[in-house]
Write a protein that binds this ligand. Structure first.
Ligand SMILES: *[C@@H]1O[C@H](CO)[C@@H](O)[C@H](O)[C@H]1NC(C)=O
Ligand SMILES: *[C@@H]1O[C@H](CO)[C@@H](O)[C@H](O)[C@H]1NC(C)=O
Ligand SMILES: *[C@@H]1O[C@H](CO)[C@@H](O)[C@H](O)[C@H]1NC(C)=O
Length: 370
């Protein structure tokens, strides 16, 4: 059959259709390559039992030493001076509307153009501090548990359970991994797409800390607070399946103060301020992990980390402790600058402001000769 030559107008439309199709193919290919690099953890990941013992001993020493009040804040102040805001409140409070700085940037760095949605949300949230039982402790020792494959086989679970506050990130599971990651969750910090789908990952008194990136994130968290389901059409705006309900009471839900994200990105990591780019972000968004470390510095007196450190020079090692992605998958992402983040964490650990319990960033307990 002979095709009619498209008119000028149609040509333009046709071009767009072709572009969209090419774009979709590209996205599909990226997705494919992301999924095809699976790591056989059992085969690749061998942990020397001596190394695991040293890690456990080191973590035990950290939790048994006397807790030093304000230790981490003093350290951050020394390192970053006025760039670190000593008195930032970790979670969004009702009086946030009086703080103009918050409305200068778009999410996740601020609430520019979101003051109404924010207002609606804040009216539903009765609390914005740590629960009284934790608040009243004179010295709080916290650990941020990252998702890194470096946790496999170290059996740090027992030591991690002894921290006052255990912060977990996104969908990193506890069920099935308690020997390595413990079973205590005081805070789960995540964006909507990261919220665990399994109700067993939520604990009765755990806090749920939401990090808001986009307009539908406000709708999602509001629906969760009200124990409603989000309309189907809205779900299309998320880049993966989001939880329909989360078994958390409104009094246990918090919104991360975007000032913490702004401080992490522009002041501490010294990323350039946001520019609009066609593909979304500009490698200036910190990972939830680094945001959580900065959050912990505001919440706690002492901070440790475990499960941090992406060793990009080992593309075939497991990326996470709970799935079979390879380290190589990290090279495909476009939001985060892993190198800059690792340097920041290394600095904190070498200056002894933060302890690295699994040694993936900087190892204080590893045998020097290895
Ligand atoms: C964690 O495990 C210990 C021992 O297995 C158990 O006693 C405790 O109740 C568990 N805690 C939670 C929050 O599941
Ligand atoms: C949320 O709604 C479900 C029904 O959809 C109900 O079973 C559950 O008890 C509710 N949860 C709360 C905390 O009200
Ligand atoms: C990460 O940031 C550093 C500067 O801090 C820059 O030199 C490097 O090119 C960035 N890497 C990527 C992949 O954007």
């Amino acid at each position: 059959m002979k095709m009619k030559r498209p008119s000028g107008f149609l040509k333009g439309t046709f071009k767009h259709v072709i572009l969209v199709v090419i774009g979709l193919c590209f996205v599909y290919m990226v997705k494919l390559s992301f999924h095809s690099k699976e790591c056989d953890m059992a085969r690749i990941h061998y942990v020397n039992p001596e190394h695991a013992k040293r890690a456990q001993k080191y973590a035990e020493q950290v939790v048994q030493a006397e807790c030093r009040p304000s230790f981490v804040k003093k350290g951050m102040g020394r390192l970053f001076m006025e760039k670190y805001s000593m008195n930032a409140s970790p979670f969004v409070r009702r009086d946030i509307k009086t703080q103009e700085a918050i409305f200068k940037y778009k999410p996740p760095f601020g609430f520019h153009k979101f003051s109404e949605k924010l207002q609606d949300l804040l009216e539903l949230l009765p609390e914005y501090d740590l629960p009284e039982s934790l608040q009243s402790k004179p010295c709080k020792r916290c650990v941020v548990v990252g998702s890194g494959g470096v946790l496999n086989g170290l059996q740090l679970g027992y030591a991690l359970n002894q921290f006052d506050i255990v912060i977990r990130l996104n969908n990193a599971p506890v069920q099935g991994y308690t020997d390595d990651v413990g079973n205590k969750t005081t805070i789960r910090m995540t964006y909507p797409e990261g919220a665990p789908l399994s109700e067993h990952e939520y604990y009765p008194n755990g806090l749920f800390v939401a990090v808001l990136f986009k307009s539908v994130d406000f709708d999602w968290i509001q629906a969760m607070v009200k124990n409603e389901t989000l309309p189907l059409w809205m779900r299309l705006f998320f880049w993966k399946q989001v939880a329909e309900k989360i078994p958390v009471l409104p009094k246990h839900i918090r919104i991360l103060n975007p000032l913490i994200v702004k401080e992490t990105a522009f002041d501490i990591l010294e990323y350039p301020e946001p520019r609009a780019t066609f593909w979304g972000w500009d490698k200036n968004v910190p990972t939830i992990g680094v945001m959580a470390v900065v959050l912990a510095s505001h919440l706690c007196d002492e901070v440790s980390i475990a499960g941090f450190g992406y060793d990009l020079s080992q593309p075939n090692t497991p990326l996470h402790y709970f799935d079979n992605l390879c380290m190589a998958a990290m090279n495909g992402q476009r939001m985060h600058n892993v190198t800059t983040e690792a340097k920041f964490l290394q600095k904190l650990i070498k200056e002894r402001i933060v302890r690295d319990l699994s040694g993936g960033i900087h190892c204080d307990f590893c045998r020097k000769t290895s």
